[in-house]
Design a protein around this ligand. Sequence first.
Ligand SMILES: [Ca+2]
Ligand SMILES: [Ca+2]
Length: 288
Amino acid sequence: MKNILPLYTIIILFLLFNACDKDAVILENEDKEDIKDNNEDKKDDPTYQLVWNDEFNGEELDSDKWNYEIGGTGWGNNELQYYTSRSENVRVEDGCLVIEAKKESYVNRNYTSARINSKKKGFVTYGIIEARISLPSGKGTWPAFWMMPETGSWPSNGEIDIMEHIGSNPTMISHAVHTKMKNGSIGNNWHKRFYKDNVEGEFHTYKIEWIEEEDKGDDCIIFYVDDEQTAKLYQPHLSGFEEWPFEKDFFVIFNMAIGGNMGGQVDNSIFDSPILMKVDWIRIYQKR
Ligand SMILES: [Ca+2]
Ligand SMILES: [Ca+2]
């Protein structure tokens, strides 16, 4: 079954079920209002409806939707920052999620930043996953909008990198997926780079459309930047889990790493100005 969190109210379920035929969607009242507004976008779309979103319009991060990931372990990529949940590093302001990286000694690290995820709170199998993001600039920054599986270990259970950017390559947007057969640890993961001016300091939308059995029984994932299709990845024909683990629930992550395998060498002078990743909204749609 295609499903989505949050868990809390079952009250609206019946109403929704009368309107839609197959997707199980459980929503809170507040979310329902948001969704009503945002469905204006898609009200004429016979295919998709909004099922989970955060407009980041409150005063603080919504703990019903997000978890903080905290620590300075390098996160598997030799990243240099310590991720905290402090407002210095992660907050909601002026209608946006703001992740700010800082140069400061903190526990075992010389930089701080933040990483949040929607594990067990917002996840989906298939659908459209889209966010409107303004990226930081500066050598050594490595912000990302990506997805990991609700269950199972990496890399067998997959990873979908909707958008990664590095400040050392200021116009580059990277899309990638990792599977058991093809992943970063053996250096052969699928990826595609796309170049666009002004991704740093300006808002753009980053999106995947993840489609079940789009062609001859095979799934696909289509990547978009500002609604322009930038990459399309098909499931290897009728392949199994080792090559295509993307048939189960994935949650969302926003983070900004400093340095690390992809972020590269850090130019410490970048911290003379605030290093900010801003997310205006995230919206997840599923087929009606
Ligand atoms: Ca399939
Ligand atoms: Ca917003």
